[in-house]
Ligand binder design. Structure first.
Ligand code: UDX
Length: 455
């Protein structure tokens, strides 16, 4: 099928590359000419494991352009995957979505076009996009005989494992009130649903993985599924973090508690990793949007609100723990291991590292950070902060009064802690992700503080 993707961010690019890999003719459209030039050279503008390789494997069916006409006029399915960043009031900024919808209306020519909202949009946006497309279609594209329908197809990709999440998804959700649109989307995803494709060697099919669930619903339900899924995951993390604080107080070990409750198949063992809490582009934005939608309807979303508060508290707690250990934060050197909001990505959006660093800087500490992948982005995006950047993980320890592990990169496990503890002014390690081996650190002569375990 002929597919167009508007927006080459995480969601758009991953979707486009995967659909091309599955055999569709895909054109990705973006207003950013530099990004399109880079993509045309086969270079991904984002760090996502194996994306470059999958792009190379799908190159013959993949085009990148800044021309809306080239991308949209022949397309049978058009994905809108533009950014919807949060505004100050928690509502998403829909300016990019609006201009994408108008552009679609101006350029579609195929007899039947499914316009798919892939961006996380407020509930009811499907109808809004449909009216924007219709107005633009009538005003500028009057000779076109196209029929079009708007559908919702939320994404559930995690950065860092986006391609695996897409190829071997738990489910594909399509929301539309039009049966034909649902069958077009089913056909589009057929190779994925039935797992008839041969996976590339670098993205092997998980053992016993047979089929992807396909769920069709009305438009609003699909839109709400996205928010409810992200809010539920966020609150699962906040729940374990709340229990983790209690766990410290009563002398329990949160890793055992998480294992013990996670073995109950009704609860499940995922997203129960206690630590500094969630960051990234989705959970903060989507929980804020859910709360704001609730407010619009006079409904206080108390559980979602509480999940947010617990998450904010985790970042504050880190600083409180340091203050209680070091007594004085002014003039202290605090090292931060890991800057990206989670491992295997260079994404810094709502990264706990910046929040923790800024709170420490505000209290007079000097903060030196390092990340295996996100350094160049951090230097650019955090240029206004006073955070300093080390050249290596080891350099973070030099003369430090404490080091905080914020992001659980696997390479941090291989550090020579015996040597590093001697480089520190005060050998104190705060493991914000329960990632390191406490016994190894203690043997290296460090004092170790973990979250949720009385170490
Ligand atoms: C998330 C959703 O998982 C995905 O389905 C959605 O489409 C986009 O948002 P992402 O933000 O890429 O994906 O990362 P995810 O792996 O979900 O982690 C989010 C945050 O939660 C990270 O900061 C991570 O460190 C934290 N986290 C995750 C925990 O603190 N504990 C856990 O047990 C799991």
């Amino acid at each position: 099928m002929k597919v167009a993707i508007i927006g080459t961010g995480y969601v758009g690019l991953t979707t486009g590359v995967t659909l091309a890999f599955l055999g569709h003719d895909v054109t990705c459209l973006d207003v950013d000419a530099a990004k399109i030039a880079q993509l045309n050279q086969g270079i991904s503008p984002i760090y996502e494991p194996h994306l470059d390789e999958l792009m190379a494997a799908s190159r013959s069916r993949l085009n990148f352009t800044t021309s809306a006409k080239d991308a949209l006029s022949q397309a049978e399915v058009i994905f809108i995957a533009v950014g919807t960043p949060s505004l100050a009031d928690g509502n998403p900024n829909l300016a990019y979505l609006k201009s994408a919808a108008q552009s679609v209306g101006e350029h579609i020519q195929s007899p039947y076009v499914v316009i798919v909202n892939k961006s996380t949009v407020p509930i009811g946006s499907g109808n809004w996009v449909e009216s924007l497309v219709r107005d633009a279609f009538r005003a500028k594209n009057e000779n076109s005989k196209s029929q079009f329908v708007v559908a919702s197809n939320p994404e559930f990709l995690r950065e860092g494992s986006a391609l695996m999440d897409m190829l071997f998804a738990d489910r594909v959700v399509v929301g539309s009130d039009d049966e034909k649109a649902v069958s077009v989307m089913r056909k589009l995803y057929q190779p994925l649903i039935e797992q008839t494709f041969t996976p590339p060697s670098f993205l092997p099919r998980p053992e016993n993985f047979k089929m992807v669930n396909f769920l069709s619903s009305d438009l609003q339900s699909a839109e709400l599924i996205k928010y409810a899924a992200n809010a539920f995951l966020a609150l699962k993390i906040s729940f374990i973090n709340e229990i983790s604080e209690l766990s410290e107080k009563v002398g329990a070990d949160i890793t055992h508690v998480a294992k013990g409750i996670g073995l109950d198949s009704r609860i499940g063992n995922k997203f129960l990793q206690a630590g500094l809490g969630w960051g990234g582009s989705c959970f903060g934005k989507d929980t804020a949007a859910l709360i704001s939608t609730g407010k619009e309807y006079g409904l206080p979303m108390v559980i979602t609100q509480a999940a947010k508060e617990v998450n904010t508290r985790q970042r504050i707690r880190m600083v409180e723990i340091l203050a209680s250990e070091l007594k004085i934060l002014k003039g202290r050197k605090i090292g931060i291991l890991g800057l990206a909001f989670k491992p295997f990505t260079d994404d810094l959006r709502d990264a706990p590292a910046l929040d923790v660093a800024q709170k420490l800087i505000d209290r007079g500490a000097k903060v030196v950070g390092f990340d295996p992948i996100a350094m160049s982005r951090a230097k650019k995006e955090w240029a206004d902060s006073e955070i300093q950047f080390a050249d290596s993980a080891e350099a973070v320890f030099e003369e430090a009064d404490a080091v905080v592990l914020v992001t659980e990169w696997p390479e941090f496990l291989d550090l020579d802690f015996s040597k590093l503890s001697k480089d520190m002014r005060n050998a104190l390690m705060l493991d914000g992700r329960n990632h390191l081996d406490v016994a190894v650190l203690k043997k290296a002569g460090m004092k170790v503080i973990t979250l949720g375990r009385s170490s």
